[in-house]
Design a protein around this ligand. Structure first.
Ligand code: CA
Ligand code: ZN
Length: 301
């Protein structure tokens, strides 16, 4: 397995970046990732008022994947997520859903053990490992790692965990993949503006799929096929995610749109990823049992 240290990182997904690493399609890479604060919050004295805000949301990479071409897709299988032994989190004035309640930043540190995030001596939260920032270079201008979009980025999607497989639309040769901002715990919505921000290692298998055309990221796990959309409002993101799902299913099965819309309405779940970033992200989860009845299989996974 190839290892990639966090010495090489970037603050914006950008098709003009020099690759930190070049791999063959199908290679597995264990990637060291900094937390979303750039590892600047290590002691209770480290306050968000004092950190370097230009060093927020670093993504490790970019990784050039041989065979990935503009107009195709990059498949990213999440093999494993490993965490350091401490996590940090924050709330602050005008940040997140409850920013109206605060007039200063607060931070909290917590130990991360094999079993969970130690909140206090009475409560340990179950681990809910996920990768917050993950994506490829966008087609146009660089996109800051704090902003999600059709290239991926800061989607803060709790379904992006070990065992999941993502597919990103590729806009630059080699895809220029990167990831960071892992969370050892986070609720859907990320309402406080941070998850349990934790440095660690993400192990991923990167495969070029030059024949697969996509508009937005999609993913699958053992039970669901999932579309993901980011937009200025949650309403707008929901509309994109649902239409993408309808288009993909109808194109691949030949089934009529009215029938599939009724089916989606009965069995698929719209879920919020995050409502605190510059664009909001939602996902739309269609159970595989219903898709299999139509002979729909997204990949050979
Ligand atoms: Ca994030
Ligand atoms: Zn984060």
């Amino acid at each position: 397995m190839i290892e990639l240290s966090d010495d090489k990182f970037f603050y914006a997904f950008d098709k003009t970046l020099e690759p930190a690493l070049t791999v063959a399609s199908g290679e597995t890479v264990r990637i060291r990732t900094k937390d979303c604060f750039g590892n600047q919050i290590q002691t209770p004295e480290d306050k968000l008022d004092n950190i370097d805000w230009d060093a927020i949301n670093p993504a490790t990479g970019p990784i050039f994947v041989e065979g990935a071409v503009a107009g195709g897709a990059l498949q990213v299988k999440i093999e494993q997520i490993e965490f350091d032994a401490q996590t940090s989190m924050c709330v602050g004035e005008d940040e997140g859903t409850c920013g109206d309640r605060f007039n200063a930043w607060s931070t909290k540190l917590a130990p991360v053990t094999e079993t969970g995030v130690v909140w206090n001596d009475k409560l340990t939260l179950p681990l809910r490992p996920m990768i917050g920032v993950i994506g490829v270079a966008p087609a146009g201008e660089p996109v800051n790692c704090g902003t999600p979009g059709s290239h991926g980025g800061n989607m803060d999607n709790t379904a992006i965990t070990a065992g999941a497989t993502l597919y990103f639309p590729v806009s630059a040769e080699g895809a220029l993949f990167g990831c960071g901002d892992m969370h050892s715990a986070m609720g859907d919505g990320e309402i406080g503006v941070s998850g349990a921000e934790t440095a660690g290692y993400a192990t991923v298998t990167l495969t070029a799929l030059p024949e697969l055309a996509l508009k937005n990221p999609v993913m699958e796990n053992d039970t669901h096929f999932i579309t993901i959309a980011s937009a200025e409002t949650v309403d707008e993101a929901c509309s994109i995610a649902v239409h993408d799902m309808l288009d993909i299913i109808c194109a691949r099965t030949g089934a009529p749109e009215d029938e599939i819309t009724m089916l989606l309405s009965l069995v698929a779940d719209l879920r919020i990823c995050q409502i605190v970033d510059p664009e909001k992200t939602v996902r739309y989860e269609m159970p595989k049992y219903a898709l299999e009845a139509y002979g729909f299989k997204f990949s050979s996974r």
